[in-house]
Design a protein around this ligand. Structure first.
Ligand code: BES
Ligand code: MN
Ligand code: ZN
Length: 502
C-alpha cells in the first residue's frame, strides 16, 4: 500500500551523505570515461573504481551499473550508473535510471539513497528532479496488503544532491510536486490492485468520498444510485449492472478552483469493477485480470488526489459510471435493446462490449456540464492491445488541438500514447438493423476504432479525447525499470500535465 519514502533536496557533496547507497549517474561519450569518473570519487575509492570500470568495460550505457562495496562505517555502497549519451537523454532516461537504482538498492538491502541530479545541456534541474522523484516513488511501490510480512523492503529516504545553491528552492518544489503526483498514481494502483471482491462500485464510491474529503473545501462529490440514474434516462449504463448483486454507483467529483477560469475539463473513467463478460462470458484466462477494468476510474480518482495538492487553475469534473458486469437470470441478453440518456437506442449483441455502454451515459452526463474539453480513459478493447502492444495507449479524438495537447502531456509525463483514426467509413460497421447503434461491429477488424466511433456518438462534437488504456493499465510483466507488475496508474501523470496546460 501507499507508504511513500521521504525525499529531500540538499546542496551538498554526494560523498558527505549518510545514505546506505550513494549514486553517481554519468553520461557516456567522454574520451577517458573511467578516469574522469574516478576523479569524481573520493581518493580512497579511485583505485577500486578504476579497476572495476576497466575490467567491465564500463561505457555508461543507460542503466549500466557498477557497484562498489565501501568498507567503512557510514555508507555501504557506491553505485556508478550510466545514462547513455547526453545528447539522447530525456526525462525518461532519468526515470529509467532511478528505477534501476532503486531496484539495485533494494537488492542490497538498503533503506536510503543519495543521488546526484544529472543534467544535460538542454535539461532543467527541477524537471529532472521531479521526474526522478516520481519514478523513484513508483519503483518503490508495493501492493502487499495481503502478504503476511509486508513493507519489509521499502525504501525510507532518498536525498537528491543539488550542485548549485541557486537551484535549491526550485528542486525542493519539484520534490513536493513529484511526491504529490506519485501519491496520486499510487492511489490509482491500489484501487486497481485491490480484488474485485472488495473494490466494488460501492467501495469505489467510498474511495471517492475519502479523496474528496481529504482534498479540501474546493472539492465535492455527488453519488447517484440506480433509481437516480434511471430517472436521468441512463438505460445503457444501468443495463450493464442488471446481472450483478452489487449495486451500481454513478460518481461525479468536482474541483472548483479559488479563482474561476473559463476552462472546464471533464475526465471520464471506465469503472467496471469486474468484467466477467456477462452472458457473453469470457473464458477463464480472459477473466483473470478483469479486476483491472476500473483502471480508468482509478486514474480519475488518483488524478483528483493530485488536484487536491496542486490546486491548478482549471475547473475539473471527474465522472465514473461504476458497475459490475456479471451473468445471471437478471442479466442483459444478446439481442436486447437499451436506450441511452441522449435518446439513442443500442442493440446489445455482445454483453462483453459493456464499457461503451457505460461510457455512453457517462459521456452524455459530462456533456451537460458544458466542459471545454473531455477526456475519457477506458480499458475498452483487447484489439487495442493487439494493435499497440501492452505499453501504449490508443488515443482517438475529434479535435486536433486537444489530441496534440494530450500527446504532448503524455510525452512529458513519461506515458506512451499513440493516435489512431476515427475513420468515418467504418461508422457503418456499428449500424444496427433494428436500433440506432449496435454495441459490437459487424467486422472483426479495427475493433478499437469502431469502439471509438461508438463513443463519438455521445460527444456531440465537443472537444474530446478517448484513451484506450487496455494495454498499459495493468502490467502482466514489469513495464520498464520503474513500474512493476499489476496496476500502473496509467493516465494520472498525463492528466496532471494536461490540466496545467489548459
Ligand atoms: N474490458 C474489456 C477489454 C480488455 C481486454 C481490457 C483486455 C483489458 C485487457 C472489454 O470490456 C471487452 O471485453 N471488450 C471486448 C469487446 C468485443 C466484445 C467487441 C474485447 O475486446 O474483446
Ligand atoms: Mn467486456
Ligand atoms: Zn470491460
Amino acid at each position: 500500500m501507499n507508504n511513500a519514502m521521504n525525499i529531500l533536496g540538499q546542496k551538498m557533496n554526494l560523498f558527505a551523505a549518510s545514505a546506505n547507497v550513494l549514486v553517481l549517474p554519468v553520461f557516456a561519450g567522454e574520451a577517458n570515461l573511467a578516469e574522469s569518473v574516478a576523479e569524481r570519487l573520493p581518493e580512497s575509492l579511485r583505485k577500486t573504481a578504476l579497476r572495476l570500470m576497466k575490467a567491465h568495460d564500463f561505457s555508461a550505457k543507460p542503466n549500466e551499473m557498477m557497484t562498489i562495496d565501501v568498507h567503512d562505517a557510514a555508507h555501504h555502497h557506491v553505485v556508478i550508473v550510466g545514462l547513455g549519451s547526453a545528447a539522447d537523454a530525456t526525462l525518461e532516461t532519468a526515470r529509467e535510471m532511478i528505477g534501476a537504482v532503486v531496484a539495485c538498492a533494494r537488492r542490497l538491502g538498503a533503506r536510503s539513497i543519495a543521488v546526484e541530479i544529472p543534467v544535460s545541456d538542454e535539461g532543467d534541474v527541477a524537471d529532472v528532479a521531479e521526474a526522478m522523484v516520481v519514478a523513484a516513488q513508483l519503483a518503490d511501490y508495493a501492493f502487499d496488503t495481503y502478504k503476511e510480512k509486508n513493507g519489509a523492503k521499502r525504501m525510507k529516504e532518498m536525498t537528491l544532491v543539488i550542485k548549485e545553491g541557486r537551484d535549491v528552492l526550485r528542486v525542493r518544489r519539484a520534490v513536493e510536486r513529484g511526491c504529490a503526483i506519485a501519491g496520486g498514481v499510487a492511489v490509482a494502483r491500489d484501487l486497481v490492485n485491490m480484488p474485485a471482491q472488495v473494490m466494488t462500485p460501492s467501495a469505489l464510491a467510498e474511495a471517492a468520498e475519502r479523496i474528496v474529503k481529504e482534498a479540501g473545501k474546493n472539492f465535492s462529490l455527488k453519488v447517484l444510485d440506480r433509481a437516480e440514474c434511471e430517472a436521468l434516462g441512463m438505460g445503457s449504463y444501468v443495463a450493464v449492472g442488471n446481472g450483478s448483486d452489487e449495486p451500481l454507483k454513478f460518481l461525479h467529483l468536482t474541483y472548483m478552483p479559488e479563482r474561476s477560469t473559463r476552462k472546464r475539463l471533464a475526465v471520464i473513467g471506465k469503472g467496471v469493477t469486474f468484467d466477467s463478460g456477462g452472458l457473453s462470458l469470457k473464458p477463464g484466462d480472459g477473466m483473470m485480470t478483469m479486476k483491472c477494468d476500473m483502471a480508468g476510474a482509478a486514474a480519475v480518482l488518483g488524478f483528483f488526489t493530485v488536484l487536491g495538492q496542486l490546486q491548478p487553475r482549471c475547473e475539473v469534473h471527474g465522472i465514473v459510471a461504476a458497475v459490475e458486469n456479471m451473468p445471471s437470470g437478471k442479466a442483459i441478453r444478446p439481442g436486447d435493446v437499451v436506450k441511452a440518456s441522449n435518446g439513442k437506442t443500442i442493440e446489445i449483441l455482445n454483453t462483453d462490449a459493456e464499457g461503451r455502454l457505460t461510457l455512453a451515459d457517462a459521456l452524455t452526463y459530462a456533456k451537460k456540464l458544458e466542459p471545454t474539453a473531455m477526456v475519457d480513459l477506458a480499458t475498452l478493447t483487447g484489439a487495442c492491445v493487439v494493435a499497440l502492444g501492452e505499453e501504449i495507449t490508443g488515443l482517438m479524438s475529434n479535435n486536433n488541438d486537444l489530441a496534440q495537447a494530450v500527446l504532448d502531456s503524455a510525452e512529458d509525463a513519461g506515458e506512451k500514447m499513440w493516435r489512431m483514426p476515427l475513420e468515418k467509413r467504418y461508422r457503418s460497421l456499428i449500424e444496427s438493423e433494428i436500433a440506432d447503434l449496435r454495441n459490437i461491429p459487424t467486422s472483426r477488424y479495427g475493433g478499437s476504432l469502431t469502439a471509438g466511433l461508438f463513443l463519438e456518438e455521445f460527444v456531440d462534437g465537443l472537444p474530446w479525447v478517448h484513451l484506450d488504456i487496455a494495454g498499459p493499465a495493468f502490467a502482466e510483466k514489469p513495464m520498464g525499470s520503474y513500474l512493476g507488475k499489476g496496476g500502473t496508474g496509467h493516465g494520472v501523470r498525463t492528466l496532471v500535465e494536461l490540466v496545467e496546460r489548459m
